[in-house]
Design a protein around this ligand. Structure first.
Ligand code: GAL
Length: 735
């Protein structure tokens, strides 16, 4: 009887094509990988013909020439063994085997750490604090400790099981252990509450996706290749690396002018002034039109600021008010649902892009507006359009959500700034994969100082720039510490939209704050060169220690927990967590920053292997050693350490506007005891002419002499008309 039923089942199921073995035999192997450049391959999995890919939004095509200057590595085993399946629900999953002890890191701007081994991430653009993968930039790219990276190039929601979810036919499953054995039955280990699997499995809400695989000689090399594949890193204008200040939302011209004057009185550098929503006639939803009651003559105001070397940045969200001049034109070009009662333009339509860019060009760009802060392109669900919303281009609501921040970046970058040969440095609150080339920095409404510091590390693993903006503090000490963090980030910005704070708001902290901002200004030649290396070579300008040392001080901790049927019902199992240390990060190629958290005035610094020198004194501080630093001994400046054999080119004197950088003398510091080279980058600081070879380099060389002193030399190459800085003064810091 049973056999009969089974037979019947098999027959009908086979006829319907639904019964399958439910094991690895049902998975398909990739037939063909296409090589993009050295160490980078892509393949289509399932049906991608109707899928929108993140790479469709990339700022530039892959930098193949640069990729091919890197070593020609073979494809790693994990990728060669990648398998996939189109499930019965029409959606795809991808299976990538992992080895015992392998670790995976990444998946975008994640505030809870970079290590994702043993975790499930649901990659969905969302507002802060959702955790579990949902974030402002949920980039579906991870790097593995085995020297490879995987980019799931799909604009749909993804759920990724990182070595979680054991398959029944896996040969590497942990042994089954009885959780409640009789006393006389020895077990092969402890019962595991969350057994590890031997693969990364990605389930994608799509019929198909592209998978891009990367090999690298080390973890940094994997990220470098991802950034080059994404078109090379962003290249901001020099002014974008100066100090930014966003004034309160309802500030008018007189108040903004007064604030700028106060910066001068306090002798504090300033390059960019950010206007928050109130510059428009209506906001939430927006008109993108000047509120003349606050800014009567915007063109004159902008010009006055430009004459003073200051650049205006405008806050917008993309949702259009019915009071906007372009509303009627945009109405048929927008989606079915509104956000804050504003229509949601479908920027997949060229007509919608053209309508917006025509207005932006005339009302903003042509009067000198330097860029935008694109707000609210992330979640929460109750703010954004629903998942069932429809858009006239036929793009799904899900893809729209995952790519809206990218669409805005692409449009502004390509169709406004690059088209008119002017660089922008702007802000956006959502981004995603293959976005490395966009000169947009992500920010958040969240404000945990620790999370903000972690963001610097996690962003660096996936071609994202992160701004741990300063808004407020509980006391002077926190104000100083947060100022340290933001001044050693890709963008140094005070966002006073609600707090009304100013750099001098905490009186007794003002000197320390000024010195910190001045230190960033002095470091501009070094930071600008780090960005040129990001653009041309794909090296992130601010980097996780994971990329520097191959491990971010992660420690495996065996947790001891107490069984409690209400609070911790699985506590009796074996629990291992990874304690990760993101409290150090690299600022440029040679400086390691060890920020003080919150209100701390003292901290431990675990110096990685290699000789490290004190940035301020040049003295040797240690090698693979734990030291303690205090705010007092550093005169309230941030703890900074420099690698063995490093040049750090700085301005000899600080400046209050980057426009004053031209011709300024350099103090080229040298740290350590070993020979070294460094290449300084110079160009016109604001256009894209560098792409046509209009840039120059100065090569510094340190050679040890017989008597132990160093001989320093400088040579120049490239287009010498692009010289920014004046005379070079070498300074040997380590005596
Ligand atoms: C928030 C944004 C803040 C500020 C504010 C203005 O959404 O994150 O930085 O711009 O809007 O209303």
């Amino acid at each position: 009887m049973i056999r009969k039923i089974l037979k019947g089942l098999t027959l009908t199921s086979c006829l319907m094509g639904t019964l399958f073995a439910a094991d690895m035999n049902d998975l398909s192997k990739v037939e063909k990988w296409d090589k993009i450049g050295n160490g980078v391959w892509k393949t289509a999995v399932g049906d991608v013909s109707k899928e929108v890919l993140y790479s469709d939004f990339a700022g530039n095509p892959p930098k193949v020439t640069q990729l091919n200057k890197l070593s020609n590595l073979p494809m790693r085993k994990a990728l060669r063994n990648l398998k996939y399946r189109v499930n019965e629900d029409g959606k795809v999953f991808v299976h990538i085997p992992t080895e015992p002890g392998e670790k995976v890191f990444g998946f975008g701007l994640q505030f809870d750490g970079t290590q994702k081994t043993g975790k499930i991430v649901e990659l969905k653009v969302d507002h802060f604090n959702k955790g579990g993968g949902a974030t402002h930039a949920p980039v579906p790219f991870y790097i593995s400790s085995k020297g490879y990276g995987v980019f799931f190039n799909s604009s749909k929601y993804l759920k990724i099981y990182n070595m979680i979810g054991s398959r029944k036919d896996s040969k590497n499953n942990p042994p089954e252990v009885d959780r409640n054995p009789p006393a006389d039955e020895p077990q092969p280990g402890r019962w595991q509450a969350v057994p590890k699997s031997d693969a990364v499995e990605a389930y994608v809400h799509a019929k198909g996706l592209e998978v891009v695989g990367f090999s690298g000689v080390d973890l940094q090399d994997v990220v470098v290749r991802y950034n080059l594949y994404s078109g090379g890193g962003a290249m901001p204008p020099m002014w974008g690396l100066g100090f930014w200040h966003r004034v309160p939302s309802k500030f008018n011209e007189a108040q903004t002018t007064k604030e700028i004057e106060d910066f001068k009185t306090h002798n504090i550098p300033l390059d960019v002034v950010g206007l928050e929503p109130g510059w428009q006639t209506k906001s939430y939803p927006c008109t993108f039109e000047w509120q003349k009651k606050r800014f009567a003559k915007p063109a004159e105001f902008s010009q006055k600021l430009l004459n003073d070397g200051l650049y205006l940045n405008l806050w917008i969200n993309p949702y259009i008010s019915k009071y906007a001049g372009i509303y009627d034109k945009m109405y048929p070009l927008s989606g079915s649902h509104m956000v804050w009662l504003g229509i949601v333009p479908d920027y997949m339509l060229p007509e919608a892009r053209k309508t917006l860019m025509t207005q932006f060009k005339k009302d903003h760009f042509d009067i000198g507006i330097s860029g935008y802060k694109i707000d609210e392109v992330d979640g929460y669900d109750f703010w954004l359009w629903p998942d069932h919303a429809t858009f006239p281009s036929g793009t799904s609501a899900e893809t729209m959500r995952q790519t809206y921040g990218m669409e805005m970046q692409q449009m502004l970058h390509k169709e406004l700034y690059r088209k008119n040969n002017k660089r922008t440095y702007s802000l956006v609150r959502a981004s995603n994969g293959a976005a490395s080339n966009y000169p947009f920095v992500i920010y958040s409404d969240s404000y945990g100082h620790g999370q903000y510091i972690t963001g610097l590390s996690s962003a660096s693993l996936c071609g994202i720039l992160w701004c741990p903006e300063i808004r407020n503090a509980r006391n002077e000490r926190e104000w100083i510490n947060r100022m340290h963090t933001v001044c050693f980030a890709p963008m140094a910005m005070l966002n006073a939209w609600a707090s009304g704070t100013k750099p001098w708001s905490f009186k007794n902290a003002t000197d320390a704050v000024r010195r910190t901002i001045q230190l960033r200004m002095k470091l501009l030649p070094y930071l600008y060169t780090a960005f040129a290396d990001y653009n041309q070579k794909g090296i992130p300008p601010v980097r996780s220690m994971l990329l520097e040392t191959g491990n971010a001080g992660a420690q495996v901790v065996n947790q001891k927990r107490t069984l409690d049927s209400e609070k911790d019902p699985y506590a009796d199992g074996f629990h291992q967590t990874v304690k990760e240390d993101n409290s150090l990060f690299m600022f440029g190629p040679n400086i390691m920053m060890a920020p003080f958290y919150n209100r701390d005035t003292k901290r431990d610094v675990l110096l990685p292997k290699g000789n490290w020198y004190d940035f301020y004194t040049g003295q040797f501080v240690g090698n693979d050693k734990k030291i303690t630093v205090t705010a007092e001994e550093l005169n309230d400046l941030p703890p900074l350490f420099v690698k063995e054999g490093s040049f750090v080119p700085m301005l000899k004197e600080s400046i209050n506007r980057t426009k004053d950088i031209t011709g300024k003398e350099l103090e080229v510091r040298f740290y350590g005891k070993e020979n070294a080279n460094y290449t300084l980058y110079e160009d016109d600081t604001k256009t894209y002419d560098f792409q046509n070879g209009k840039f120059m380099n100065r090569q510094f060389k340190a050679e040890k002499q017989a008597d132990g002193t160093f001989k320093f030399t400088v040579s120049e190459s490239g287009d010498k008309s692009q010289k920014i800085y004046g005379k070079v003064n070498f300074r040997q810091m380590t005596k």
